[in-house]
Design a protein around this ligand. Structure first.
Ligand code: ADP
Ligand code: ASP
Ligand code: MG
Length: 405
């Protein structure tokens, strides 16, 4: 008998037939004598639909109220999944994140899990139930409903698997596992049998939305081995685990394109100590995640001026612009430009630590495709470039072909 945490994403619970399919899959594990905790997302399109409703009313809605609104998506699915299990004679109880003991900090829309006290989950399992937990949500110590960032049901599942010391953690989605690139973008992409936490973390934070990056961070920290697999067939998926020596033989494990970035450029920023600190501290205080930063060579006489560009997640662009606008008079830069038509193309692999010439090859492929590179950033196991969004698919396919095939 094993304790299994299974997470089903939006497409896997996208209509009532899919929810019945989830119940049938859970029933098979129950028939083997396993205990099952099911984490579900909102039905596909529901979270986006709720965000749209709010933005139709106000472009920058209160983040507390957004959490109150978005948490309802998952609450529908837990009840429907419990009803589907009851229909096949399996005792099941649904719980909100708060009822499952998920306690978070108070950063609305991007809350971090502080701790989980899964007593109620344990008790319900012991009494013979399947326990269904709403993904993506928790509650602060003082009872405010929070959400864990887009794709946050992955985090709920991994954190619960850690807290419950589950024997297995399975992330069911609408593809067979983690591929060398998004299979919808690069049809020749192949499924990986296994991938290291670090590679999965880079791919996830660089746009491969198959896993939420914070969930992978959590899995690495607590050593939760998990499998990404399809809810629509029984093919083996991809195991995500600690790096092994043989993983270094492959230079590029995967390619990712992030279309969810925007670039902000401050024109004519006085080039003197403390200015960058003020800009990025203000953005940090507003909980805007800044990724790449590029400062140009300064020019002019007197106090020289420079242009400063940085990237943020697209949904944070309006907030970032508001923060920057409030600093303009004080700091004295000339203008602020925003560009949403960018893509971040990345290659990832632990093998880069021991192979040379990888960046040169990537840039050469892009040059031959006529793709201009706007910004570059690297780490030990990844190279990312900002390019024109319109050329994103073409560039991703070319880079995938050159490194993977
Ligand atoms: P879920 O609703 O199950 O959480 P998501 O839509 O969040 O599913 O993630 C699954 C999607 O991630 C796939 O449909 C696929 O298009 C996309 N994806 C992006 N990069 C990859 C990759 N490297 N491997 C597999 N899927 C990927
Ligand atoms: N429903 C949330 C979202 O769409 C969380 C999730 O699906 O994991 O982002
Ligand atoms: Mg997801």
């Amino acid at each position: 008998m094993a304790l299994i945490v299974q997470k089903y994403g939006g497409t896997s619970v996208g209509n009532t037939d899919r929810i019945k399919n989830v119940a049938d899959r859970v029933a098979k594990y129950r028939a083997q004598g396993d205990q099952v905790v099911v984490v579900v997302s909102a039905m596909s399109g529901v979270t986006d639909g709720l965000i749209k409703l709010a933005k139709d009313i106000a472009p920058l809605p209160s983040e507390r109220e957004m959490d109150m609104l978005l948490a309802t998506g998952e609450q529908q699915t837990i009840a429907l999944t419990a009803i589907a299990l009851h229909a096949v004679n399996i005792p099941a109880v649904s719980l909100t994140g708060a009822q499952a003991g998920i306690v978070t900090d108070g950063v609305h829309t991007k809350a971090k899990i502080h701790n989980i006290t899964p007593k109620r989950v344990h008790d319900l399992l012991k009494a013979g139930n399947v326990v269904i937990v709403a993904g993506f949500q928790g509650e602060t110590e003082d009872g405010q409903i929070t959400t864990l960032g887009r794709g946050g049901s992955d985090l709920t599942a991994i954190a619960l698997a850690a807290a419950l010391k589950a024997d297995l953690c399975q992330i069911y989605t609408d593809v067979d596992g983690v591929y060398t690139a998004d299979p919808r973008l690069v049809p020749s992409a192949t499924k990986l049998a296994e991938i290291s936490y670090d590679e999965m973390l880079e791919l996830a934070s660089l746009g491969a939305k198959v896993m939420q990056s914070r969930s992978v961070e959590f899995a690495k920290k607590f050593g939760v081995v998990f499998e990404v697999r399809s809810s629509l067939n029984d093919n083996p998926g991809t195991i995500v685990k600690e790096e092994t020596k043989s993983m270094e033989d492959i230079v590029v494990r995967g390619v990712a394109l992030d279309k969810n970035q925007a670039k902000v450029t401050l024109v004519g920023v006085p080039d003197k100590p403390g200015v960058a600190a003020r800009i990025f501290k203000a953005l940090g205080d507003a909980v805007v995640n800044v990724d790449m930063i590029v400062q140009n060579i300064s020019h002019g006489t007197g106090i020289p001026a420079t242009d400063l560009s940085f990237t943020v997640d697209k949904p944070d662009l309006l907030k970032a612009q508001k923060v920057i606008a409030a600093l303009q008079k004080d700091i004295g830069f000339k203008d602020v430009l925003a560009d949403e038509n960018i893509g971040k193309l990345s290659i990832v692999g632990v093998g880069m630590k021991s192979h040379t010439g990888v960046a040169g090859k990537m840039f050469d492929v892009l040059a031959r495709e006529g793709v201009n590179i706007g910004m570059i950033s690297t780490s030990e196991i990844k190279i990312s470039v900002i390019i024109d969004l319109a050329k994103g698919a073409q560039a991703t396919a070319a880079v995938h072909k050159a490194f993977i095939g």
